[in-house]
Ligand binder design. Structure first.
Ligand SMILES: [Zn+2]
Length: 408
């Protein structure tokens, strides 16, 4: 009988907390077992729904910015004449990455379908160029990007030979078309790229005077592939907000490329500045997946407690997707937080349920993703008023520091 267990829980709290006006009770895994309260409206949840991974902008730090580690390689001939070198190369790589991050930050509204009301969200990820992460390689055999004929664009040889920290860093190879190919009338030396696992290759026409921003959207497009996105113009990419289209580079007065044309990051166009809520959700769901290669590329900022990133809950909230928090959770009066998936709490953090607040654990797993300890759930009592914790199904509390049952 659930109410008997609940009664035991209330008695335990009363027993532990009766002597002081404001007191706290740590909910240990053992005590959690005692808790079992049916809560109206709690039901099974599928943790793999794209919508659950679109950042919730109404609750700061519930969905943190994800940092993707990046290395940048310039491939050159042995006379160093076919790509950027030295200080200019370092500047070029840094600027290109900065522009690419800026483009993500200033995500634009979709132009398609005409008259759409697709909302615009911040994608919530960025690239962090690693310290000493810019490399220059002279290799006459592997340096060129060959798009046609004896094409090598899908080959991994340059990646296998030169990538650094491939398991945990996204390696970008900035390659150029062969100068002979560029001179040929039949070879298309347009900018191209290919994503191969955790690495990617860009193939461009080398111009020493090129502005770094020019290939920033190409980088975003290829990283989009690394993060699991597909082209939108010709096939079903699994998103309803990315309509198929004519894949026009730019709009024309009339004909098949009459405006509006696509500006989506995953089409080939001169803007590539829009990424939709579904695409964002898809990428972030991949990065939240514990077994994904995309997650390996992330700098685990959530392995350190940052109290400036505490999450304050003061309204009803349901987390239907996995989360990696960087701060404490404080559930205030009027706040109700339901957790239905994986939730990583930073080391030494706590979930604090204040009087008038409630925490509902729905087959949740709350733990520390870095195998460090966190403080657990703390229920606060003030006079007769206290925070409430409910449980449904199997709840796992892991990596909780062995605190005494009562903390004052
Ligand atoms: Zn592509």
């Amino acid at each position: 009988m659930w109410w008997i267990k609940y009664l035991i829980f209330l008695l335990l709290i009363t027993f532990w907390c009766c002597n002081s006006r404001v007191s706290e009770l740590s909910v240990t895994p053992e005590l959690m077992e005692e808790l079992s309260l049916e809560h109206v409206g709690v039901s099974e949840n599928d943790c793999h729904v794209i919508e659950s991974y679109i950042p919730d902008t109404t609750i700061p730090y519930a969905d943190n910015l994800l940092h993707i580690r990046m290395n940048f390689h310039f491939m050159n001939t042995s006379d160093w004449s076919n790509n950027f070198t030295g200080e200019r190369g370092i500047y070029y790589a840094k600027e290109l990455v900065r522009y690419a991050n800026e483009k993500l930050f200033y995500n634009q509204k979709m132009r398609l379908p005409e008259g759409n009301d697709t909302p615009v969200y911040y994608p919530g990820y960025r690239y962090d160029l690693q310290e000493d992460g810019i490399y220059f390689h002279a290799d006459d055999e592997l340096c060129f990007y060959i798009n046609e004929g004896k094409s090598n664009n899908y080959k991994r040889d340059v990646i296998d030979k030169y990538s650094v920290g491939e398991d945990s860093i996204l390696n970008v190879f900035f390659m150029v078309h062969h100068p002979d190919s560029v001179r040929s009338d039949t070879y298309s030396a347009s900018s191209a790229g290919i994503a191969l696992g955790k690495s990617l290759k860009l193939g461009v026409k080398f111009d020493p005077n090129e502005e770094p921003w020019r290939h920033s959207s190409l980088l975003n497009h290829e990283v989009g592939h690394v993060l699991g996105l597909r082209h939108t113009w010709n096939l079903n990419d699994g998103c309803d907000d990315t309509p198929k289209n004519a894949n026009c580079y730019g709009a024309t007065e009339s004909g098949r490329c009459k405006a509006p044309t696509s500006n989506n990051m995953m089409d080939y166009n001169n803007a590539q500045n829009a990424v939709t809520p579904c695409q964002i959700g898809k990428m972030r769901m991949q990065m939240a997946n514990l077994n994904s290669r995309q997650r390996d590329l992330l700098d685990k900022k959530w392995c350190e407690l940052d109290t400036l990133r505490n999450v304050i809950i003061n309204k009803p909230v349901h987390w239907t997707g996995a989360k990696d928090l960087r701060g404490n959770i404080i559930i205030q009066e009027g706040g109700s937080l339901m957790v239905s998936c994986r939730l990583s709490m930073p080391p030494s953090s706590e979930i604090r349920v204040e009087p008038g607040g409630e925490l509902i654990l729905n087959e949740a797993r709350i733990y520390n993703d870095c195998n460090l300890q966190w403080k657990g759930i703390v229920v606060v009592k003030e006079g007769r008023n206290q925070g409430k914790v409910y449980r449904r199904g199997a709840v796992k509390l892991e990596n909780v520091k062995g605190l005494p049952a009562v903390a004052e």
